[in-house]
Design a protein. Structure first.
Length: 144
């Protein structure tokens, strides 16, 4: 199997506040692809539909460009950034007016095959065992 394949997809100028989109993005971040789609389908929030469409787009890209199955995919990175703001006048009483800001979001998604997560976990485990072995050597030297 091919290692280190990253599939990128982005959704720009989504007419939804980044704060509201991040609530949904936090639910599915670092999840398996199939579990993330299931979670988004049953989520009642309005932001789940565009993120689900973004996942479908990334899946099609992975299948077309890299011949990857959806069972092998997982969400490597899901980032919600702030887009431009539309400023609109909101008229108030006594001749005043306030400025309402209609916020937009940019959503970036990176899918990876599951081998990347396994590799990063194995390197973390190696680092932890190395740290433990060095700690044991220091403890033995102190006991002498």
């Amino acid at each position: 199997m091919i290692n280190n394949i990253l599939v990128k997809a982005s959704l720009r100028y989504l007419k939804m506040s980044p704060r509201k989109v991040r609530l949904v993005a936090d639910l599915v971040r670092n999840m398996n692809f199939i579990d993330a789609k299931a979670q988004l389908r049953i989520n009642p929030r309005r932001a789940s539909k565009p993120i689900l469409k973004l996942l479908d787009s990334a899946e099609a890209s992975a299948k077309h460009n890299f011949s990857l199955n959806k069972e092998d995919l997982s969400i490597f990175e899901l980032r919600v950034d702030e887009g431009p703001r539309l400023k609109r006048l909101f008229y108030r009483s006594r001749g005043r007016a306030d400025v309402k800001q209609k916020r937009m979001s940019h959503v970036s998604l990176i899918l990876s095959n599951n081998n990347i997560k396994e590799e990063t976990q194995s390197t973390e485990n190696k680092a932890q065992t190395k740290h433990k072995s060095q700690k044991n050597i220091k403890d033995q030297n102190l006991k002498k």
